[in-house]
Design a protein around this ligand. Structure first.
Ligand code: AHR
Length: 612
């Protein structure tokens, strides 16, 4: 039996406990969370970081037209985007058309009642228009069309809206720019930053794919750690994530070969991440590059200054007012208000390095001098500078994750806190080659219960990685999957959702009789603003467990609500069965603060009681 001790004071729980860790891995940024639908929109580089090419574009000639497309490296848009797509038109007969299409990121989703914003930069040596902009099915059915009536001889940006009148969602579509005008014959037209956006989350310009942002919002996350993870570090020092190359108009961003082997447009850059935090009500937790790259190269101590200064510039961009150099750039970029940044993490996984001591000190001292109130998070233990918050990462098999559930029970309680900035049960062991199944989710659930039980100390916890595009993973398991059509949660996602969306502000003691932890694990808490009492329980076993439960203390309502996730140990959610394992909500009766509850095999659930 379990007795929830709502009759004695518990420990305060950090309100920031559950959030997200995000980086562009598994094709989660470009072609995923970032809503841009055109692939290779600006010819920044090829898909794997090599010389730019015209991948994902195809030439269109019909009705006797003759034209060709070429990558032109002699006619740049500007000094950042130095390659353009050139359409050479030789001939257009009456009724014909010449142009090109872009296939998008594994297709282009067209949905009923949506309006799409298309834009591009273009100029021509002779042709003055018109151009036709269209969304078409791969088999050539025109879904929406718009016209640009005149084209300039110098680069200008053109924009249209496309309003398909469709009744069904489809993804096998292309975006087309073409002309049927015979006056185009003999001319060349240059294009760059060819862009197509669907309606975005909270209608942000250059924003997020709404369904993917919504599944994050559904867990009511408190913080957002970005931009990595490995993806901040660079394979080399030179190829690190550079904040200043991710800001400003998208036509001034060079893009970068990300650390997961594919190019990042950086269309989703520093400002967009911060705006995302605003839109999802998450506290930004900014990872700053700290002198170390994935090839284990460290910036020597004597050479650190410019890199440290670069972080200070970044912080000024985020928090400075309009009178500051970098703050004024943020104002220019459309965000007059400084962001409320409270947390900065120095580096990523610096426990792999031997130089963190001097690097951490350099960043810590410089940041604290200007921003004494910022909370600095360290990623390596060996430092002579005091650590306020340490970021611990856990990728282990189920039994090891469960063994780690009590890791923080006996940690010293002083002024320092813990961030578990990445964790996930990898049933095959570390790292990244395991299924996202039920037994992994239940081990995650138990590990997270251990963090919640210790959430007077553990300030932040995030599963990692957060996303994968179906079929494009560099790392498994992940919390959320998507393809061009849909997004769905893994069983672990639903654990996060249950745990995060039902949060206590105080952790309560629980007395157990008739058996200790295993296969059942639990944590109890209460939330004073709603007078709710929560009992979260996970069953890591193949037999159901019935428990007599009592709430000591104030009377609770005679009806409780349960949300329970359960399924076979190897059950998971897939593209063909995305809702195979989802939580179910029910009610149960409570008599004089007591009730029995049966926790199914391989289950995680939250029981909610309400003080009268
Ligand atoms: O989450 C995947 C990777 O695991 C992260 O990028 C890195 O920080 C860790 O090694």
């Amino acid at each position: 039996s379990l007795t929830i001790r709502n009759d004695v004071a518990g420990n305060a729980s950090f309100s920031t406990l559950y959030g997200y860790m995000y980086e562009d891995i598994n094709r989660s940024g470009d072609g995923g969370l970032y809503a841009e639908m055109i692939r290779n929109r600006a010819f920044q580089m090829n898909d794997t970081g090599g010389a730019p090419d015209l991948s994902y574009y195809s030439s269109i000639n019909s009705g006797g037209a003759s034209s060709s497309i070429h990558l032109d490296s002699t006619v740049p848009l500007n000094n950042v985007l130095t390659h353009t797509l050139r359409l050479d038109v030789s001939k257009i007969a009456s009724g014909g058309r010449a142009g090109f299409s872009n296939e998008g990121f594994w297709g282009i989703r067209v949905q009923p009642k949506e309006t799409y914003n298309a834009s591009f930069w273009a100029k021509s040596n002779k042709f003055t228009g018109p151009l036709t902009i269209s969304l078409e099915s791969s088999s050539g059915k025109v879904l929406a069309t718009a016209t640009i009536s005149s084209i300039s001889s110098t680069f200008k940006q053109y924009s249209v809206t496309l309003k398909p009148s469709v009744t069904q969602v489809s993804t096998e579509n292309v975006f087309v720019i073409s002309t049927s005008s015979s006056s185009a014959a003999g001319s060349s037209i240059w294009f760059d930053v060819i862009s197509l956006f669907p309606p975005t989350y909270k209608s942000r310009k250059n924003g997020l794919r709404a369904d993917i942002a919504q599944i994050l919002a559904d867990t009511k996350p408190s913080f957002f750690r970005f931009p990595g993870g490995n993806n901040i570090e660079g394979q080399t020092i030179e190829s690190r994530w550079k904040w200043n190359e991710t800001i400003g108009p998208i036509e001034t961003r060079p893009g970068r070969l990300g650390d997961w082997g594919y190019m990042n447009t950086d269309g989703q850059g520093l400002l967009e991440y911060l705006e995302m935090c605003e839109d999802l009500n998450m506290a930004p937790l900014l990872g700053v590059w700290a002198g170390y790259s994935l090839n284990k190269q460290s910036v020597p101590q004597a050479d650190l200054d410019p890199y440290v200064q670069d972080t200070l510039n970044e912080l000024e961009y985020i928090m400075g007012d309009a009178s500051t150099t970098y703050g004024s750039m943020r104002v220019r970029d459309g965000h007059p208000e400084p962001f409320d940044l409270k947390y900065v993490e120095v580096g990523n996984e610096d426990f792999f390095s031997t130089t963190y001591d001097y690097r951490y000190k350099a960043w810590y001292d410089a940041i604290k001098k200007v921003y004494p109130n910022l909370q600095i998070i360290a990623t390596g233990l060996e430092t002579s500078t005091p650590i306020k918050t340490l970021d611990d990462h856990y990728y282990m098999n189920g039994p090891d994750m469960i063994a780690a559930w009590s890791k923080y029970d006996n940690y010293p309680r002083n002024d320092s806190t813990v961030m578990v900035g990445e964790y996930a049960t990898n049933v095959n062991g570390c790292c990244g080659t395991s299924p996202a199944d039920m037994q992994a989710a239940i081990a995650d659930a138990i590990f997270a219960l251990g963090l919640e039980r210790n959430s007077d100390l553990v300030q932040f916890a995030a599963y990692a990685p957060t996303f994968t595009r179906d079929g494009q993973a560099q790392w498994n398991p992940d919390l959320i999957s998507f393809n061009t059509a849909i997004v769905w949660g893994t069983p672990s996602y639903y654990v996060q959702q249950m745990w995060s969306a039902n949060r206590a502000d105080t952790i309560l003691g629980v007395n157990a009789t008739g058996g200790g932890y295993g296969p059942l694990y639990w944590v109890a808490g209460q939330k004073s603003s709603t007078k709710q009492v929560f009992l979260k329980v996970a069953n890591y076993g193949s037999s159901p467990q019935t428990v007599a439960i009592k709430v000591a203390g104030p009377r609770v309502h005679s009806q409780g609500v349960s949300i329970v996730l359960n399924g076979a140990a190897t059950a998971n959610n897939t593209v063909s069965s995305p809702n195979n394992v989802v939580p179910k909500t029910s009610t149960f009766s409570v008599s004089s603060n007591t009730f029995n509850f049966t926790f199914p095999a391989w289950s995680a659930g939250v029981l909610m009681l309400h003080n009268l």
